[in-house]
Design a protein around this ligand. Structure first.
Ligand code: GLN
Length: 195
């Protein structure tokens, strides 16, 4: 089975671990650099990106995570995890850093207070029918993307909320909380192809 790590510093890593285990992956929770060894893929969960950034740096994980991403490890980030994967963060807290890898500008908390959290159905061609029920929780959006980035889903107003670039996948929303496993299965296909 593919060995998939879930960054477990903060956030909804348990939900991701449960979905991935259900799909047959050999899942481990990642809290220290040595635990990155031997992984075939990695998930960065939802939560609070500024907190994950601080914890990753204080646990000396940020450098090894950047190296793994640069080396081509397949990584899937949801919500805060997408922010961590972005090369550029808009509306980050002072001094907030990302790991980077995705050539995108991501705006944190992109929906005003009225739309802090909402759910909507998104048509996502690479996943087929039916549409994906997408849960947005203080979600970011991808405001700009470089030429290597493929948009997978957008809101009706055109803002991108799911993107991929090579082995990297990011969604503004949280498939791990809906019971729809298609995004995780799509990621595990990437992992299998790169093993
Ligand atoms: N607003 C959070 C952040 O900036 C993301 C929210 C989430 O992951 N649900 O990291």
């Amino acid at each position: 089975a593919a060995r998939v790590g879930v960054l477990a510093l903060q956030g909804d890593f348990r939900e991701h671990a449960a979905v991935l285990t259900g799909l047959g992956a050999d899942v481990s929770l990642i809290r220290r650099p040595s635990e990155l060894t031997g992984l075939d893929g990695l998930v960065l969960p939802g939560g609070e990106s500024s907190v994950m950034d601080k914890l990753a740096r204080s646990f000396d994980l940020a450098g090894p995570l950047r190296e793994a991403i640069t080396a081509g490890l397949p990584v899937y980030g949801t919500c805060a995890g997408l922010i961590l994967l972005a090369d550029r963060i808009l509306d980050g807290i002072a001094g907030q850093q990302s790991l980077g890898g995705l050539d995108v500008s991501v705006r944190r908390n992109a929906f005003g207070s009225q739309l802090d959290s909402f759910e909507t159905d998104l048509s996502i061609p690479v996943l087929g029918d039916p549409p994906v029920h997408a849960v947005f929780i203080r979600a970011p959006v991808v405001e700009a993307a470089g030429p290597a980035v493929t948009p997978l889903a957008s809101l009706p107003d055109g803002r991108m909320v799911a993107v991929e670039q090579g082995n990297l996948l990011g969604t503004s929303f949280h498939p791990e909380v809906t019971g729809d496993t298609r995004f995780h299965a799509y990621f595990l296909d990437k992992v299998e192809r790169s093993r």
